[in-house]
Design a protein around this ligand. Structure first.
Ligand code: HEM
Length: 230
């Protein structure tokens, strides 16, 4: 099935915004925040925004769109389930690598909830949709919950990243000079947050269009798939 022009334009926009998010967060960490290290010094922190934005926002955002690409609709859904699950697993691994365990700020609470929900969703998704022995009633009960929780996770991921960037700005700018925050130079980080929010909005735009949903009528629905053992 050929994608419509409006879908293609939106999908390319999503790819470009995702790439811009990755470039911007890397530039912010290396040029504005002093670069990266792995020696336990303060610069080690700079991996955190890069890994969290890459895993929780960009990878997760692209992983939720896998089923929406019309070129995949004539192929077996199972293949795309594997890609969806694989990208999510990679997203979780990247964000666990970048995770900093502390619980004192609102940002850290939101971040921990996001990673915990992500882990629960991944385990339930793997068990419910990929295990051949998972019963039909479980798949059909799980699907709406899974889609709802997936969207909630994406919102939490965006909130974690934006609140983390804001928190870092407050710590770094207020700490480096005694001047009040509003008299300090605006950082590149504001634009980075705008890009992250723009990326998330486009992903939600795609998810909200029922016209762009994978059709269930061609023998590829979850029910039929499990009946024929795929
Ligand atoms: C933490 C990781 C995950 C998140 C955040 C997530 C999120 C989502 C979202 C938002 C959707 C809706 C997509 C749409 O409307 O087109 C979805 C659909 C789906 N996901 Fe996941 N997912 C995750 C992991 C998994 C895993 C591990 C599997 C196992 C195969 C899986 C299987 C599915 C299936 C079967 C659908 C329904 C597709 C359809 O028929 O429309 N997901 N997921």
């Amino acid at each position: 099935m050929r994608p419509s022009v409006s879908f293609s334009v939106t999908y390319v926009l999503c790819l470009c915004l995702g790439l811009l998010c990755l470039l911007s967060v890397s530039c912010w960490s290396s040029w504005w925040r002093g670069g990266f290290s792995r020696d336990g010094s303060a610069l080690q922190f700079n991996w955190h925004p890069v890994l969290m934005a890459s895993g929780l926002v960009v990878l997760c955002g692209h992983a939720v769109l896998v089923y929406r690409v019309p070129l995949t609709w004539k192929q077996k859904k199972h293949t795309w389930k594997l890609l969806h699950a694989g990208l999510m697993l990679l997203a979780l691994l990247v964000s666990v690598l970048g995770h900093i365990p502390d619980l004192y700020s609102l940002h850290s609470w939101v971040g921990i909830c996001t990673v915990l929900m992500f882990t629960v969703q991944l385990v339930l998704g793997l068990a419910g949709f990929l295990l051949p022995c998972s019963p039909l009633w479980l798949r059909s009960t799980l699907k709406p919950v899974h889609v709802w929780m997936g969207k909630a996770i994406l919102i939490l991921s965006l909130t974690s990243c934006v609140s983390g960037i804001n928190e870092k700005l407050f710590f770094a700018l207020n700490g480096s000079s005694g001047e009040p925050y509003n008299s300090l130079p605006a950082e590149f980080a504001n634009s980075l947050c705008v890009l992250i929010v723009a990326f998330g909005s486009v992903v939600f735009g795609v998810l909200s269009r029922s016209k762009w949903q994978r059709p269930e009528t061609d023998g590829e629905s979850d029910h039929l798939l499990s009946e024929i053992g795929t």
